[in-house]
Design a protein around this ligand. Structure first.
Ligand SMILES: *[C@@H]1O[C@H](CO)[C@@H](O)[C@H](O)[C@H]1NC(C)=O
Ligand SMILES: *[C@@H]1O[C@H](CO)[C@@H](O)[C@H](O)[C@H]1NC(C)=O
Ligand SMILES: *[C@@H]1O[C@H](CO)[C@@H](O)[C@H](O)[C@H]1NC(C)=O
Ligand SMILES: *[C@@H]1O[C@H](CO)[C@@H](O)[C@H](O)[C@H]1NC(C)=O
Ligand SMILES: *[C@@H]1O[C@H](CO)[C@@H](O)[C@H](O)[C@H]1NC(C)=O
Ligand SMILES: *[C@@H]1O[C@H](CO)[C@@H](O)[C@H](O)[C@H]1NC(C)=O
Ligand SMILES: *[C@@H]1O[C@H](CO)[C@@H](O)[C@H](O)[C@H]1NC(C)=O
Ligand SMILES: *[C@@H]1O[C@H](CO)[C@@H](O)[C@H](O)[C@H]1NC(C)=O
Length: 606
């Protein structure tokens, strides 16, 4: 710090006393830079020896002796060497979160200004950021710095996920945001951070329904139920070109997505173009490049293949609808009209249903039927195809049964005696008696288009009875004494007396194609009567008292007196191959005897 004080010396202060009133008197004391007269006076002249006192001006302090001046011989002379120096305010010191800078002066002295500033992320909350060193000390209290806070997120549609309480978001703090309504979307990032400026790095997003931008293309007409500004998510607008000769180059209906954008880039209106002619068989003769056919444009068409012909006009033009005035023709093989058919040929045994015509158009049909008993094979309805009839049906011939053939082949019909048999029907035959066929299946014959394979039955060999065999086998013929027996005819035999056969059925044999199985009867054992059994069973013989009884002979018994039997028939017993069932008579009760017929009155003959 420099010395501010002033040295007063007589030489330094030169006062003119041009008109002294008295010898040695002085005029007004001089003005000093940093000090001023203590006693103010109107006096204009001061006698010699007068002392005036000075005090330091405000903001200055005196160092050293009091400052005085004395009038000496018409001049004021300094009588002390005090100094006025700037007052000191002292170092005010740093503030929290801030620094200072000294201005105006090089020390904290009168007139010095200390300017404070806040550290990054902090802000001055006092009205003034500086203090000044005044005559009375520092001009005011020290300013204060406070952390800069990012503003709370106030949008009610958003939920804030943060570790900080009371929304005191300081620099660097990160918060996450999400929509309270899960169906909505943030219109910005879901994570933001507080910058040192006390602002968020981006404006906190909201979950408001997004708005899509208005349609600014002036060539488009918007058909919407809402004003421009109200295009929110899901809103649908329809677009059309104001100029009817133009066409949208995209869909005419678009909707606002949840991103606040239209679902597709907005279409624009283009001049309506007629579609290019794509048929490869046609050559286009046009003055237009790139097939940009606009309204009114005329093109000529011709076939690339000179053998083909356009199936439409060779000149077409593009209408204002963006369509050709007619569908562009294509080149086709010269198409001939389909040929009609002449009347169809006769179908043997067939008839045409309906009137016969001179000609039949292609595609028309005729119907056939077969005459009675004839069977149709093939379609009933026949079509004319470009001059040619479809395959005609056939009428298959029925079979006419030939009774001579039937008889001649030793057969007969099983069923009714029909004369006509339709094609594919089966006729059942049978062989006449004494005739046979090798396979019975051959008797069922199908009529095939008038042809029938008659079955043929052949005569079977008759049997010539061999009397030696008959006698030799102890048999006899039951019936007349014929010599020849036809095939399939039965011959009945019987056993000669006292001969027998195990099974009586064997006596009835059939002649099969000349072969006869003669039955064989064998000698049967006679019965020898047992008199002990007879007596023991309270019976007696009715007839002579023979001892031996031949097979098949009946022996008649009777009950002894006072004996009876439940059934009188049981008293007649047959000798069967040596075995005789003796009847048994039992003692009768007194009352039963009277009704018992006398056996002795009815002797039996055998
Ligand atoms: C037996 O039938 C055939 C046809 O199947 C025929 O040719 C033949 O003449 C018939 N026989 C007689 C004797 O009629
Ligand atoms: C011939 O008749 C049989 C039945 O006996 C039948 O199944 C078949 O379809 C018929 N065929 C024709 C061509 O009519
Ligand atoms: C049926 O018989 C007739 C007359 O015999 C003949 O003209 C025709 O070709 C035969 N048809 C078939 C399908 O065999
Ligand atoms: C009995 O009959 C058979 C034929 O059935 C014959 O072969 C046999 O010789 C006959 N017996 C006598 C003794 O003739
Ligand atoms: C056995 O006797 C009866 C009469 O009693 C007679 O009809 C029958 O033919 C005889 N049987 C034989 C095998 O002789
Ligand atoms: C008759 O009896 C004899 C001897 O008892 C026996 O061998 C034979 O088989 C019998 N004959 C018949 C036909 O029962
Ligand atoms: C019937 O007998 C004759 C002569 O024995 C023979 O040739 C023919 O094949 C026989 N027929 C049958 C159907 O057995
Ligand atoms: C009676 O006859 C049977 C045979 O029919 C014989 O077995 C039986 O012994 C006879 N009774 C007497 C007491 O002899």
């Amino acid at each position: 710090m420099n010395v501010l004080g002033l040295m007063f010396s007589i030489g330094a202060v030169t006062l003119s006393c041009a008109f002294p009133q008295m010898k040695g008197s002085c005029k007004i004391p001089p003005r000093l830079g940093l000090a001023e007269l203590l006693e103010a006076s109107e006096q204009e002249s001061f006698p010699m020896g007068h002392v005036v006192r000075y005090a330091c001006r405000p903001g200055y302090s005196r160092y050293g002796a009091a400052i005085r001046m004395i009038c000496s011989e018409g001049r004021w002379l300094s009588v002390s060497k005090g100094e006025c120096k700037k007052k000191r305010c002292g170092n005010p010191g740093d503030i929290d979160f801030g620094t200072f800078e000294l201005k105006n002066e090089e020390d904290f002295v009168f007139g010095a200004i200390v300017e404070y500033s806040c550290e990054l992320g902090y802000q001055m909350i006092s009205k003034y950021n500086s203090i000044e060193c005044t005559a009375d000390g520092w001009s005011r209290d020290l300013p204060h710095c406070e952390a800069k806070l990012c503003p709370p997120v106030v949008d009610d549609s958003v939920r804030v996920l943060s570790t900080v309480h009371d929304e005191e978001y300081t620099a660097g703090h990160v918060i996450n945001l999400e929509c309270k309504n899960p169906n909505r979307k943030l219109n910005g990032p879901s994570q933001i951070h507080c910058t040192s400026d006390g602002t968020w790095n981006v404006d906190p997003p909201t979950c408001k329904a997004n708005r899509c931008p208005p349609v600014v293309d002036d060539s488009l007409r918007v058909l919407s139920t809402m004003p421009d500004e109200e295009y929110t998510t899901g809103h649908v607008i329809n677009l059309e070109c104001k100029n009817p000769n133009k066409k949208l180059n995209g869909p005419s209906q678009i909707h606002c997505t949840s991103d606040g954008t239209w679902n597709i880039d907005l279409p624009t209106c283009k001049a309506k173009l007629c579609p290019p002619v794509v048929d490869d068989s046609v050559r286009v003769v046009s003055t237009v490049h790139d097939e940009q056919y606009t309204t009114g444009h005329v093109i000529n068409l011709e076939c690339k293949n000179p053998n083909k012909k356009l199936n439409g006009p060779s000149q077409i033009h593009c209408t204002s609808n963006g369509t050709w005035n007619v569908d562009p023709p294509t080149c086709k093989e010269q198409k001939r009209k389909k040929q009609p058919c002449f009347p169809p040929p006769e179908v043997l045994f067939g008839e045409l249903i309906g009137r016969k015509k001179q000609m039949y158009d292609s595609g028309s049909t005729i119907e056939f039927k077969c005459v009675s008993y004839y069977k149709r094979q093939g379609k009933k309805e026949i079509k004319c195809r470009n001059g040619v009839w479809e395959q005609l049906p056939a009428c298959l011939v029925p079979c006419i049964l030939n009774s001579n053939y039937i008889k001649g082949n030793h057969t007969d019909l099983v069923n009714a005696k029909e004369k006509y048999v339709e094609h594919n029907k089966t006729v059942k035959f049978k062989c006449l008696q004494t005739f046979e066929i090798s396979d019975a299946k051959l008797l069922n014959v199908k009529c095939l288009n008038g042809t029938l394979e008659y079955p043929t039955c052949v005569k079977m060999v008759p049997c010539i009875l061999n009397s030696n065999y008959i006698k030799g086998n102890h048999t006899d013929l039951v019936n007349a004494k014929q010599k020849n027996v036809e095939h399939n005819t039965n011959v009945k035999f019987r056993c000669l007396r006292t001969f027998g056969i195990s099974d009586a059925k064997l006596l009835n044999v059939k002649c099969l194609n000349g072969t006869l199985e003669y039955p064989t009867c064998v000698k049967m054992v006679p019965c020898i009567l047992n008199s002990n059994y007879i007596k023991g069973n309270h019976t007696d013989l009715v007839n002579a008292k023979q001892k031996n009884v031949e097979h098949n002979k009946t022996v008649t018994f009777r009950c002894l007196q006072t004996f009876g039997i439940s059934d009188a028939k049981l008293l007649n017993v047959k000798c069967l191959n040596g075995t005789l069932e003796y009847p048994t008579c039992v003692k009768m009760a007194a009352d039963e005897i009277t009704v018992q017929p006398s056996v002795e009155s009815e002797p039996h003959i055998y």
